[in-house]
Design a binder for this molecule. Structure first.
Ligand SMILES: [Fe+2]
Length: 378
C-alpha cells in the first residue's frame, strides 16, 4: 500500500494577511516566537511583534544561529524554562524552524532543574524525546525557499566539536501549519536564493530516486523540479519579481512534501561534512555532488526519462551545464573554490555516511566511491 503523508496545513498568503489573522488567533495565548536577528529587521516584523506582545503572553527568542548545535539548543531551552506554551511560531530559514522543533521536542527536559548540555546531547542521541511526545503546535513561516523544514518532522542539530550531525526526529514535531509568504523571500541575498533553491532541487531529485520513493512522491518531485529549473534562474536575474519568487516557493514546498515522505540520499549525506568542516552552505554542499551521484545512480533509477524531462535536460552533462550556468557569477561549484584540497578528501569521505541517507540511495555507495565523487568535483 502506498501512502502520501501531508501532515501540515499549508497556507499560501501575504505578510499582511498573516499578521492580521495571527494577531486575532493568538490573542490571550502563551506564544513563543523564534526568529533570527537579521530577519526581524529584514522583514519589518518589529511592528507585528510589538502588537503581538500587547495581545498575548509573548516570549521572543531571536538571534537563532545558522546550523544550530546541541549547545545552542541547550541555551535556547533555558530561555523557555518554566514558560507555559500554547503555540510556537518559527519565522526564518531552516535553522530557525529546526531550532523550534528541537526545543519543542526537548522541552520536557526543562522539568529537570539540573539540566546540562550533556543531558541534551544524550537525549538527542538516544531519541529519548520519543517517550515524551509534545502536543505544542508549531507554526512554521519560512523566509527562504528551499529547505522544506516547514513540512518535515525532523530538525538537524550539529556537534561541531565531534564533527557529528544528529536529527531530532518525531512525527509530533512536524509543523501543524506552514505559512508560505513569497514576499518574505524577495530580500534574500542572491547567494542565499541560489543555495536554498539548489537545496530544494536536490531534495526533489533525491526523493525521486530514493529507495523509499513511490509514484505519488515522484509526481510531487517532478512538479518541484520543473518549477525550480524554470524559475530559479529567473528569480536570480530579477530578484524583486514576486511572481517568480512565488513559483520558487511552490517548488520548494513540493520538494519538501516529496522528501518528507522519503528522506534524502547520497548528495545530502556527502553535504554534511562539507558544511560541518568547511562551512559550505547546505544547498550548495548538496548540489556539488548532484551530477556525479546521478551518473552512478542512473542504471537503478526507474522512469529515468521522466526525471530528465522534469529537469529539462537530456543528459547528466546538460544538468551540470544548467547548474554551472545558474551559479555563475555567484559561486564556482567546485570543492577547490571553498579551499578544499586533495588531502582533505579522505576525511570528508569518512564523515559522509549518515545512516538513513546514504543507505537510502538506490545504488550502494562505498567509501572509495565517495572519494571518487569528491575527486571529480575538486
Ligand atoms: Fe536539504
Amino acid at each position: 500500500m502506498k501512502q502520501l503523508k501531508i501532515p501540515s496545513s499549508v497556507f499560501l498568503t501575504t505578510a499582511a494577511e498573516f499578521y492580521k489573522t495571527s494577531l486575532n488567533e493568538l490573542k490571550g495565548k502563551n506564544v513563543v516566537l523564534f526568529t533570527s536577528s537579521s530577519n526581524a529587521k529584514r522583514l519589518s516584523l518589529l511592528h507585528w511583534i510589538e502588537l503581538l506582545s500587547e495581545n498575548c503572553s509573548l516570549t521572543w527568542i531571536d538571534k537563532i544561529p545558522s546550523n544550530p548545535t546541541y549547545v545552542d539548543v541547550y541555551n535556547t531551552l533555558s530561555k523557555i524554562r518554566n514558560r507555559d506554551i500554547d503555540v510556537v511560531i518559527a519565522i526564518g530559514g531552516g535553522s530557525t524552524i529546526d531550532m523550534a522543533k528541537a526545543c519543542v521536542g526537548l522541552n520536557y527536559l526543562n522539568a529537570n532543574a539540573m539540566l546540562s548540555k550533556n543531558d541534551v546531547l544524550h537525549c538527542i542521541k538516544t531519541k529519548d524525546y520519543l517517550e515524551h511526545p509534545s502536543d505544542i503546535p508549531i507554526y512554521a513561516v519560512p523566509t527562504t525557499a528551499g529547505t522544506g523544514s516547514e513540512v518535515t518532522q525532523w530538525a538537524t542539530v550539529w556537534d561541531m566539536h565531534e564533527k557529528a550531525k544528529y536529527s531530532v526526529d518525531a512525527a509530533f514535531l512536524c509543523p501543524k501549519r506552514a505559512y508560505i509568504i513569497p514576499e518574505y523571500t524577495v530580500t534574500m541575498p542572491k547567494r542565499l536564493t541560489l543555495s536554498t533553491g539548489l537545496d530544494a532541487l536536490c531534495q526533489a531529485v533525491e526523493a525521486y530516486w530514493a529507495k523509499s520513493t513511490n509514484c505519488m512522491v515522484k509526481e510531487l518531485s517532478k512538479t518541484a523540479m520543473k518549477l525550480i529549473v524554470e524559475y530559479l534562474p529567473k528569480v536570480l536575474s530579477e530578484p524583486e519579481c514576486l511572481y517568480y519568487r512565488e513559483k520558487v516557493c511552490l517548488g520548494s514546498l513540493f520538494s519538501g512534501l516529496a522528501f518528507s515522505n522519503t528522506r534524502t540520499t547520497t548528495c545530502h549525506s556527502i553535504s554534511y561534512p562539507l558544511t560541518m568542516i568547511f562551512g559550505i552552505e547546505h544547498g550548495i554542499a548538496c548540489a556539488l555532488s548532484l551530477t556525479k551521484v546521478f551518473e552512478i545512480n542512473l542504471p537503478a533509477i526507474e522512469e529515468v526519462d521522466e526525471l530528465f524531462d522534469a529537469l529539462g535536460v537530456s543528459s547528466t552533462d546538460e544538468l551540470q551545464e544548467w547548474l554551472d550556468k545558474t551559479a555563475s557569477g555567484i559561486i564556482d561549484l567546485r570543492l577547490s573554490s571553498f579551499g578544499i584540497q586533495e588531502k582533505d578528501i579522505p576525511r570528508i569521505a569518512e564523515l559522509s555516511f549518515t545512516l538513513g541517507r546514504m543507505d537510502n540511495n538506490p545504488v550502494e555507495i562505498t567509501y572509495d566511491t565517495v572519494k571518487d565523487i569528491l575527486m571529480d568535483v575538486l
